[in-house]
Design a binder for this molecule. Structure first.
Ligand code: GLC
Length: 540
């Protein structure tokens, strides 16, 4: 249980949502079929209505696009596919003009194999940049130096042999993404300079990509375990490994934090894809490391009320008020909520319930573009597959207008979209949903407005309550206000028993079910509909 503290002044990254934009798929400003910076700038008002305090932009840096921008050939340039640095500066100015911040993806663990640093490094064993990457002789049997595996199953070993100099180089992802050697202080300094380049351009924060990977066993001993990582198949607790999250991590995080703290009011959120809460929390400990860590325990849960409750309670208990939660259930690496939770055809209904959870829980909600539309994964025919790790379905472009009016690109593009759109773009597009009060988009806009108008939802206390096995229920308190949120995880109607948590006379403030009228009710006589999420306020 977290008590309301009326002296708590939230930072910008604690107040509202952070909205993730995957630039390739958000909006195309020049008709080449790939989203770009101008496309984003043209749709900023849309983002404001989702209650976003910030946009987080997946990488738009110069890249050969082997991993769609997570393979960077120049950390300080915008890829021409996305636009120019001038376009970017304009985007920052326009975003700030709306009171919204800009968070960039910072990819510290690796560069592209076409980065000049790597080209120098691989040119000879004597090159001054040789030690900027991780080079080793093969094992005695002629195989790779150790048993480390790449995070993408299709890649296999995390090592590639380079004929030119007769050694192997390490790559935790594809061979086109060689790992930088953070044990070399020159690399750390160069990456800090990258941060300063963008901070000087008024960027407000960074999402640190695959951050546990910048600290590895310097002796490169065998990991002796199954592969791990954001898209690893097994999502269970496992012991710490040698190929990530090494003890050197704390100092490296402190180093990054010092760079940030030389600027005013900046923020760091880490992709800490560990499934051990204590380890996750160590990344945000001490006030001298990260501000936020994405909670991957929460993100991997099955649709089960008790498991969700436990994840929330466990976090609050372990954090003991010293770490701020960063809830998310979707990003560009995971199947979309509407597809993932689609057992019994409940995906789109559950996607709405998820929105209620994200905006009503204490903590920062991270919303992945399209989540507010309840988009499912797109179907990708075999000849359109482009990602090495099966992540195309969740990266389908945003449908902005009905294809019947705007053409097959649904106003995402006037050209040929780089990935197919969702099949139901006619119904799920932004324009149609914006004018339909029953749509998922309308629900999310109401959630955003409710959160913005209710201090108790931003900084209030929180406690989960017993409301039956299939119901997740919690109370938010603060500033003289109390709200109760409840989610029915089952397919049956369930009488809401909240033991007087809101008193007997209450008002339904909002429901994920468009057929539920917002009206006065008797709290203890209320029956939650299948998969419904609702918010109640006591009536005085
Ligand atoms: C992170 C990104 C993912 C990328 C990988 C390598 O997990 O979210 O999209 O492929 O890092 O940079």
């Amino acid at each position: 249980m977290i008590e309301w503290d009326d002296t708590f002044e939230p930072a910008w990254w604690q107040r509202g949502a952070i909205y993730q934009i995957y630039p390739r798929s958000f909006a195309d400003g020049d008709g080449d079929g790939v989203g770009d910076v101008r496309g984003i700038t043209a749709h900023l008002d849309y983002v404001v209505e989702l209650g976003a305090e910030a946009i987080w932009l997946s990488p738009l840096f110069r890249s050969p696009m082997a991993d769609f921008g997570y393979d960077i050939a120049d950390f300080c340039a915008v890829d021409p596919l996305f636009g120019t640095l001038d376009d970017f500066d304009r985007l920052v100015a326009e975003t700030h003009a709306r009171g919204v911040r800009v968070v960039l993806d910072f990819v510290p663990n690796h560069s592209s194999d076409r980065h000049p640093w790597f080209e120098a490094s691989r040119s000879s064993r004597e090159d001054p940049k040789r030690n900027w990457y991780v080079w080793r002789d093969g094992a005695a049997d002629g195989g790779p130096p150790n048993d480390w595996r790449a995070r993408f199953a299709a890649v296999g070993p995390a090592w590639t042999f380079d004929e030119r100099t007769g050694q192997w180089y390490l790559h935790s992802f594809t061979p086109h993404q060689p790992d930088l050697n953070w044990d070399n202080p020159a690399v750390e300094a160069a990456m800090h300079a990258v941060l300063r380049f963008w901070l000087d351009r008024r960027v407000d924060g960074f999402r640190l990509d695959a951050i546990p990977l910048i600290a590895k066993d310097p002796e490169l001993r065998d990991a002796g375990d199954a592969p791990t990582g954001p898209s690893a198949p097994e999502k269970v607790f496992r012991p710490r490994r040698r190929d990530q999250d090494w003890d050197t991590i704390a100092d490296r995080l402190r180093g990054i934090r010092r760079v940030i703290d030389a600027y005013e009011d900046r923020m760091l959120v880490g992709e800490v894809y560990l499934y051990d809460l204590k380890r996750i929390l160590s990344y945000v400990a001490g006030g001298d490391r990260l501000h936020l860590a994405h909670n991957f325990v929460f993100a991997q849960l099955p649709w089960d009320a008790a498991r969700f409750r436990a994840a929330i309670d466990d976090f609050e208990a372990a954090a003991a008020g010293r770490a701020w939660p960063a809830w998310f259930l979707a990003n560009h690496d995971t199947p979309r909520v509407a597809s993932r939770f689609d057992e019994d055809g409940q995906g789109s209904t559950r996607a709405r319930a998820v929105a209620v959870m994200l905006y009503l829980l204490r903590g920062t909600p991270f919303i992945y573009q399209g989540e507010e539309l309840g988009l499912p994964d797109a179907e990708i025919p075999p000849d359109r597959v482009v990602d090495v790790d099966g992540r195309d379905p969740e990266r389908a472009p945003i449908p902005w207008r009905p294809p019947s009016i705007a053409g097959p690109g649904a106003a995402f593009t006037t050209g040929e979209p780089w990935l197919p759109l969702v099949a139901d773009a006619a119904r799920l597009n932004v324009e149609s949903q914006a004018t339909d009060p029953r749509s998922t988009l309308s629900l999310v806009r109401r959630l955003a407005a409710l959160r913005a108008a209710t201090p108790a939802l931003q900084t209030g206390g929180q406690r989960t309550i017993d409301a039956g096995a299939d119901v997740l229920a919690w109370v938010r308190d603060g500033d003289g206000e109390r709200l109760l949120a409840a989610v029915n995880f089952s397919l049956a109607p369930i009488a809401l028993r909240v033991g007087g948590a809101v008193g007997s006379d209450a008002t339904v403030v909002l429901s994920s079910d468009p057929d539920r009228a917002e009206s006065d009710v008797e709290a203890d006589a209320l029956v939650l509909r299948p998969s419904e999420a609702l918010v109640l306020r006591p009536r005085d």
